[in-house]
Design a protein around this ligand. Structure first.
Ligand code: MTE
Ligand code: MO
Length: 368
């Protein structure tokens, strides 16, 4: 098992390791087992001794801190919460059908997973350090050198102080009750519920309070939505919109794309997720290209920052059938039908209708 993952992970890259699980591995499970949780890495996975690991807290603070894992555990109240991580590149394949996106992995439906995270609140650490009045953003930096950055540099990101102080942002050392595996940022990572996965910095070693957003490549250049006609190589600080919250989205988890099904009633399941602060209000499924829609049953999400699973049973007639799903949020957000207008040169944030193609055999064919 490479990096403790199932053997049937869809591996986009071995080094750095980038892999997502088969759709069925996520179906019907509020929490994703560790061996199926997608993993996104921009550099080599460091193996850090939890005894020697330290995090420094500095910048616009009254007291600089340097804390070991034992000090984090002893000094601050433990907090556990469930949060979904979702890569901004999740569902990029839908954008690749519109136009090529060189240099970016073809993530499918499952660059998203959910865990129960245990650690301490970042807000408690910032409280102990004391924020200066000019504090505007909190930057996180890891030790892994990303060679896809220009120039190559340690992976980093930042979030606004209002999010950092919200109490839901964690410095986490456990995942589903297990010590945080190295591939997911152990011994300690940041978890920013509700935001794109890129902000949840793994192996965090430095927390710096800044006036402005981080100038790290992954905050200032990548993970922005540039204007549609921009040259991807010419992206620069301040160009386009910096990504923070996830967007309203849904996917189909069973049946799988390309699956062969017997005619009759078939169970269709999937996940849906709402932007930070919102919730999924409705999921609808169509098997006639969106002419008629069936409302799916939605399971209560395991937390305010997590996906919800949905399911329905549909009568499928023999032939080639496209199953389509779309969600609506409590705020009235909807998913666009087509990915056409969503295409962007880095291939982020595809939230067009989910589609899988299945072949339905009639009863005689299946028994022969
Ligand atoms: N240090 C570090 N943190 C990182 C990354 C990275 O490459 N290095 N990748 C980010 C991205 S883009 C995502 S989507 C999530 C993925 O977290 P996971 O590998 O635990 O699923 O980690 C984020 N944190
Ligand atoms: Mo990501």
């Amino acid at each position: 098992m490479v990096h403790g993952k199932r053997n049937d992970m869809i591996v986009h890259q071995q080094e750095p390791y980038n892999a997502e699980p088969p759709r069925a591995a996520l179906a019907d499970r509020a929490l994703t087992p560790l061996d199926a949780f997608y993993s996104r890495n921009h550099g080599p996975i460091p193996h850090i001794d939890q005894e020697t690991w330290r995090v420094r807290v500095e910048g616009l603070v009254e007291h600089q801190l340097q804390l070991s894992l034992a000090q984090l555990r002893e000094t601050f109240e433990q907090q556990t919460l469930v949060a979904t991580l979702q890569c901004a590149g999740n569902r990029r394949t839908g954008l690749l059908e519109i136009r090529d996106i060189p240099g970016e992995a073809p993530w499918g439906a499952t660059a998203t997973s959910t865990a129960e995270w245990t650690g301490i609140r970042l807000s408690d650490v910032l409280g102990a350090a004391g924020l200066e009045p000019t504090a505007g953003h909190v930057e996180f930096v890891g030790p892994d050198i990303a060679r896809d950055a220009k120039p190559p540099q340690p992976y980093g990101s930042s979030i606004p102080v209002h999010k950092a102080s919200s109490g839901e942002v964690l410095l986490a050392w456990a995942m589903n009750g297990e010590p945080l595996p190295a591939v997911h940022g152990g011994p300690v990572r940041v978890v920013v519920p509700g935001y794109i996965g890129a902000r949840s910095v793994k192996w965090v070693q430095r927390v710096t309070v800044l006036e402005q957003p981080s100038d790290n490549y992954f905050q200032a250049v990548a993970y922005r939505l540039p204007p549609v006609d921009a040259d991807p190589a010419a992206g620069g600080p301040g160009q386009g919109r910096s990504l923070a919250s996830v967007t309203l989205n849904s996917e189909i988890l069973t049946p799988d794309d390309g699956e062969l099904l017997p005619a009759g009633r078939s169970r269709v399941t999937g996940y849906a997720i709402a932007p930070d602060g919102d919730s999924v209000a409705r999921v609808e499924v169509s098997v006639d290209e969106g002419r008629t829609w069936h409302q799916a049953g939605i399971q209560a999400p395991p937390s305010a920052w997590a996906w919800c699973h949905w399911q329905t049973a549909l009568e499928l007639a023999p032939g080639d059938v496209q199953i389509v799903a779309r969600a609506r949020s409590n705020a009235g957000d909807t998913q666009p039908e087509s990915a056409e207008a969503l295409w962007n040169p880095k291939g982020y944030m595809n939230n067009s209708w989910a589609r899988v193609q299945v072949t339905v055999r009639d009863a005689e064919e299946s028994s022969s």
